[in-house]
Design a protein around this ligand. Structure first.
Ligand SMILES: [Zn+2]
Length: 467
């Protein structure tokens, strides 16, 4: 049965992004501007390539003159004129990456207006937001002026060029959906003698967040490389909180202080065993100096060990935080918040690299901003998909009907190429119909070993304009 829902959140988000791309300044020379392809066309088409989970720009280029694709690019992504892949790359390369930020902001504001961010509330102090970096490009031969460089570990010390992205997502333990904020490219910075790095990228993220989301307070989930005095002080100065991994090798003075506090009876311990027989053991204390260099910087501390029924250690970690630890419940909550960093590794990077989006594929490097801009557009497609999954009954019906996201993405790509569709709502209904299970035949039993007859579902009845 066709869905009773007639509203598509995808349509809302594509419209919002389309409105915002109009504000991207045109970096082309006067000669370039004389073409009838607008900056909005380049960005909306680029977004469409990633939203449809295409594996390369070249395969899209081969099909761009097909009438069905032209029609759908217009009706679904507002693309008036599809550029060739070379023109798309050379133009997007010219646009500064910061101009993509408003597209993320507009999608997040939509999510907020619809009350969907409430699902992510975990700490009263702010949204839990792990940060992690990922490499998006590496090469010995291809480079641009924004590449970071390092020497290969071989006798010739060949130069390796690379780009990374520092990614920050709103997450909640137990919730698979994540909300990525605009990623921060880790690239060669102007006037910098050293390579850019994750800590410097965090400084820029904090500055941008303060300007764009003044009221958005976060509990940042950080790995050990951030658990240094200056970085944690900076986070606190912006009014955010942190849960940062504190490895014993990096924090000898802190651990000595914890031992002192333990001797004074101030460190609290508790253990519980879950239904699987796994033991969870905690130690925590409030008010320990972070290290000798910053004795005035007082943090709270949690360590945690999980062991299986045979006593084998399954997980161990320790964190410093500026969240108060009032009791055992607080301590467990902080542990779960600290462990939620895997959501960025698993639900974000793994999905983007292996489940349809092809994050590590080189869609084009360019001379200036192309590499970062395409990676950010891919994250934008991912953000749209995540918000749609959170809030669109029509999409979730299509996902249920097709069982797996990978199947759904394949069908979405095929539909886009085969059927002329005038709206996202109709598009989703087509995906629901094509994935729908066969209705049971009335009064007729299928004998063992016999294949049930497949009933043809008339997709063409939904899309009478099909070419
Ligand atoms: Zn580069």
């Amino acid at each position: 049965m066709p869905s009773s829902h007639n509203h598509s959140v995808t349509s809302d988000l594509i419209d919002i992004v389309f409105e915002k791309v109009q504000e991207i300044p045109d970096p082309r020379s006067q000669k370039g501007r004389s073409s009838n392809i607008s900056i909005a066309d380049f960005f909306m088409y680029g977004l469409g390539v990633f939203h449809n989970k295409n594996a390369s720009l070249l395969t899209c280029d081969d099909k761009r003159d097909q009438p069905t694709i032209k029609e759908n690019a217009k009706s679904l992504y507002h693309v008036e004129h599809i550029p060739c892949d070379t023109y798309l790359r050379s133009t997007i390369d010219l646009v500064q990456t910061k101009h993509i930020r408003p597209l993320f902001l507009a999608c997040l504001a939509y999510c907020q207006r619809r009350g969907k961010l409430k699902q992510f509330q975990y700490f009263k102090e702010g949204y839990l937001a792990p940060i992690d970096g990922t490499q998006t490009f590496t090469s010995k031969s291809i480079s641009c002026k924004n590449c970071c460089t390092k020497n290969a570990d071989n006798p010739k010390k060949t130069t390796i060029y690379y780009h990374q992205l520092s990614t920050i997502c709103l997450v909640k333990p137990g919730l698979k959906t994540v909300i990525p904020l605009m990623p921060e490219p880790i690239t060669q910075q102007k006037d910098a003698s050293k390579n850019d790095c994750e800590v410097r990228a965090l400084e820029r993220i904090l500055e941008d967040l303060a300007r764009e989301h003044y009221h958005l307070k976060l509990v940042l989930g950080l790995d050990g490389l951030y658990s240094k005095g200056p970085t944690l002080k900076l986070i606190r100065s912006y009014g955010h909180h942190f849960i940062a991994v504190a490895k014993d090798t990096d924090h000898k003075a802190l651990l000595e202080s914890i031992d002192d506090l333990d001797r004074k009876g101030q460190v609290r311990r508790f253990t519980y065993t879950d239904k699987r027989g796994h033991r969870h053991s905690f130690r925590y204390v409030n008010g320990a100096p972070l290290n000798k260099s910053h004795p005035e910087f007082i943090v709270n501390y949690v360590d945690y060990v999980e062991t299986d029924p045979d006593g084998k250690v399954k997980y161990f970690n320790s964190w410093v935080t500026n969240l108060p630890i009032h009791n055992h419940m607080c301590c467990m909550k902080i542990m779960r918040g600290g462990r939620a960093r895997w959501l960025i590794e698993n639900e974000t990077f793994n999905t983007l690299k292996n489940l349809g989006y092809s994050l590590e594929h080189n869609f084009g490097h360019g001379e200036d901003n192309l590499s970062s801009n395409l990676a950010c557009l891919m994250f934008l497609a991912f953000l749209i998909d995540q918000i749609v999954e959170l809030s669109c009954p029509l999409f979730n019906e299509a996902l249920t009907a097709n069982k797996r996201k990978k199947t759904l993405w394949e069908k979405q790509r095929n539909f886009f190429e085969i059927f002329v569709v005038s709206s996202w709502a109709l598009f989703m209904k087509g995906l629901i119909l094509q994935g729908a299970p066969e209705p049971k035949a009335k009064g007729k039993q299928v004998k063992p070993g016999e294949q049930p007859k497949r009933k043809m579902i008339s997709i063409r009845s939904l899309f009478p304009d099909t070419a």
